[in-house]
Write a protein that binds this ligand. Structure first.
Ligand code: SAM
Ligand code: SF4
Length: 336
């Protein structure tokens, strides 16, 4: 039975849930994690059954799209059990899309199972096609393993969108080669502006900041570029390269121009619900979940109360030449 859908105070329906199933990862990307990360004690994490209960409640409240992320979602033990459980909501028609964002390291192993669970499109994060640079940016990653994963995913019939973080002085020189490679592989490509998350360590996010305005200007120097009207309710804008017919996404989370259509919330692996990627406000859903194992009434009330806290917009701002609105939270915690 479905109750009244979730609508936030600014009349935005919440139809998209991003769930981080683990804070752990087999990579240590420089813009995301410190090399010596301390991860949450396992007992803090919600069990797969608890994650199922939470997601199912959100779906009953009108969530139509569920994206599984992390950390690296495919390193969570037994994660296919969870995907199989969620696929029942696809079968019933309650859920329109079940998808994931992954670093691709485990895709060779799981692509077939994911496709069998009804996953049709996946986002794979890949910042460079140069094996040495790949290991430099991910610290622990190996490019051939990811490339085999991509191949397995395509063979299993899933459509791939590559997500690349735009990093000044790192992958600027690969703009055209990556574009051409994706065209040849029939993959979509989206560039993400680097965000001031996590601990800065020796890497200053501002030094790494490559503006997507500049990236776009570079594309325009070589291709005829057409803006597409398509919006996803998130920070992505899309354009088409007329010569290749390719769709290129540009994600500029630092700009405010998408907040008015924001349709999403983020849930961490410990049951904290973040209403906005750029703000610290969150609600704890683990307590109502665990305190009331036999009824979802308290959980639903907590979800509804949290949605009322969804802010109008976020706090990131690079325009003053320092990373204002910077947060100590790691991207691997809220799942990006
Ligand atoms: N491990 C998976 C992966 O890498 O795809 C899923 C989680 S990861 C946190 C989700 C996305 O966040 C990735 O595409 C990653 O590149 C992006 N990301 C992480 N830190 C970022 C940062 N500081 N700025 C922009 N994007 C970031
Ligand atoms: Fe892991 Fe993804 Fe973060 Fe890289 S971006 S460290 S793959 S969670």
């Amino acid at each position: 039975m479905t109750s009244a859908p979730l609508i936030d105070p600014f009349a935005r329906p919440v139809s998209y849930l991003r769930l981080s199933v683990t804070d752990r990862c087999d990579f240590r990307c420089v813009y995301c994690m410190a090399e010596n990360m301390t991860f949450l004690p396992k007992k803090e994490l919600l069990s797969l059954e608890e994650l199922d209960r939470l997601c199912s409640r959100f779906i009953a409240l009108g969530v139509r799209k569920l994206r599984i992320t992390g950390g690296e979602p495919l390193v969570r033990r037994d994660i296919m059990t969870f995907f199989r459980a969620m696929s029942r909501h696809l079968d019933s028609g309650a859920l329109e899309e079940l998808t994931l964002t992954t670093n691709g390291s485990q895709l060779e192993r799981f692509a077939g199972d994911l496709a069998a669970c009804g996953v049709k499109r996946i986002n794979v994060s890949l910042d460079t096609l140069d094996a040495e640079k790949f290991t430099e940016v991910t610290r622990w990653g190996r490019l051939p393993q990811v490339l085999r994963g991509l191949e397995a995913a395509q063979k299993a019939g899933m459509r791939i969108k590559l997500n690349a973080v735009a990093l000044k002085g790192f992958n600027e020189d690969e703009l055209f080669s990556m574009t051409q490679w994706c065209a040849a592989q029939d993959m979509d490509l989206t560039w993400i502006e680097v965000m001031p998350m996590g601990d800065l360590g020796n890497e200053d996010r501002l030094d790494q900041y490559w503006s997507l305005k500049d990236l776009r200007a570079q594309l325009e120097s070589r291709y005829r570029v057409t803006d597409l009207a398509e919006r996803s309710g998130g920070p992505a804008r899309y354009l088409r390269l007329e010569e290749t017919g390719q769709k290129i996404g540009l994600i500029t989370p630092m700009s405010h121009n998408f907040c008015e259509s924001c349709n999403r919330v983020r849930l961490t692996c410990t049951g904290q619900l973040y209403m906005c990627l750029g703000q610290e406000d969150m609600a704890d859903l683990r307590k109502p979940l665990r305190d009331h194992p036999d009824s979802d009434a308290a959980l639903e009330a907590a979800i509804r109360a949290a949605i009322q806290l969804k802010p109008k917009g976020h706090d990131f701002d690079y325009s003053r030449q320092r990373a204002d609105g910077q947060m100590s939270r790691h991207m691997s915690h809220t799942g990006g």
